[in-house]
Ligand binder design. Structure first.
Ligand code: UTP
Length: 301
């Protein structure tokens, strides 16, 4: 059944990609380079994120950037000198790679002068987004390109209205590191009602094993709530705190995700991501995988 609220609202066309965090877990690499620009094999993490949004049908990207984020803007812009040099060499493959990121979508920027939290970063998008539903994709959180999580979330939003969160199941002992959702079943397979949210629950007191990952489809109502949201954990304005208020009103659904997700914002998961993506790449795997196997044998001895 289509909720009457959804029928009146426009469809989702805009994506907001927060990329203004300080990236302190990745220092010193992130002193002058945003963590979203760290490469996963040969592409910066944020390009995978923008490609995912484009694949889900979103054509308007707003990247929320901050200090030392010029390289993000340059990456999604034309690079005339490089393009001329590659044209002179008739290196059409590399020219295609250079142009790809500047031709992906219509990319806009807003600066978050002071990184006062993810909720504050999303609020910086209010003027650009206006009164439309929008997707939020964290710039350091990758979903495998073969997954269709965001497409499914947008479908749920278009059927029911409200906001939609991506949820992933973890072992109970890991849940306290994340935002955790209290959930209730719906008639739809893989879709739940999110009845409450708890940021980093005390071990043993989590409402479920389902945690928030970096994909959201938000009703524009979230901006009004964020404007009234006081700084929470770490003195930051938390997106989870605003979504919690919407959840308690009965306006938030969750899509249960069982696929491949990679957090590139911390060193260990970044390394895991790099190795997995390299093993998946047809142009690298035939040499990289046997080398890796041999290397592991040598360190295990
Ligand atoms: P994180 O909490 O992982 O980012 O935010 P961080 O604060 O940069 O990381 P550490 O803890 O210091 O290492 C998740 C996403 O939200 C963005 C980040 O850039 C990242 O993509 N973010 C976070 C903002 O855009 N603004 C903020 O104020 C905070």
């Amino acid at each position: 059944m289509v909720d009457s609220g959804a029928a009146r609202t426009p469809s989702v066309t805009k994506a907001v990609v927060p990329a203004a965090g300080l990236g302190t877990r990745f220092l010193p690499a992130t002193k002058a380079t945003p963590k979203e620009m760290l490469p996963v094999v040969d592409k910066p993490a944020i390009q995978y994120v923008v490609e995912e949004a484009v694949k889900a049908g979103l054509s308007d990207m707003l990247l929320v950037t901050g200090r030392s984020k010029r390289s993000i803007e340059d990456h999604f812009d034309r690079a005339y000198e490089l393009e001329e040099a590659l044209t002179a060499k008739e290196d059409w493959d590399k020219l295609g790679l250079v142009r790809e990121s500047s031709e992906l979508a219509s990319v806009h920027y807003v600066r978050q002068g002071d990184p006062k939290g993810l909720g504050h970063a999303v609020l910086c998008a209010a003027q650009h987004v206006g009164d439309e539903p929008f997707a939020v994709l964290l710039g350091d959180d990758l979903i495998h390109p073969d997954e269709s999580l965001l497409t499914k979330m947008i479908e749920v939003r278009e059927r029911h209205g409200g906001s939609v969160l991506a949820l992933m199941e973890l072992d109970p002992e890991e849940v306290s590191l994340y935002g955790c959702a209290a959930i209730a079943p719906t008639a739809e397979d893989g879709v739940v009602m999110v009845t409450d949210l708890v940021e980093k629950p005390v071990p043993g007191q989590a409402p479920s094993r389902w945690i928030l990952i970096g994909r959201y489809v938000c009703d524009p109502e979230v901006f009004d709530v964020l404007r009234r949201t006081q700084p929470g954990r770490g003195g930051e304005i938390q997106l989870t705190d605003a979504l919690k208020i919407l959840a308690r009103r009965g306006d938030v659904r969750g899509v249960l995700f069982h696929g491949r997700r990679y957090d590139t914002g911390n060193k260990l998961d970044y390394l895991r991501t790099m190795v997995q993506f390299a093993c998946d790449r047809p142009d690298l795997a035939s040499e990289f995988v046997p080398w890796l196997r041999k290397y592991l044998e040598s360190v295990e001895q």
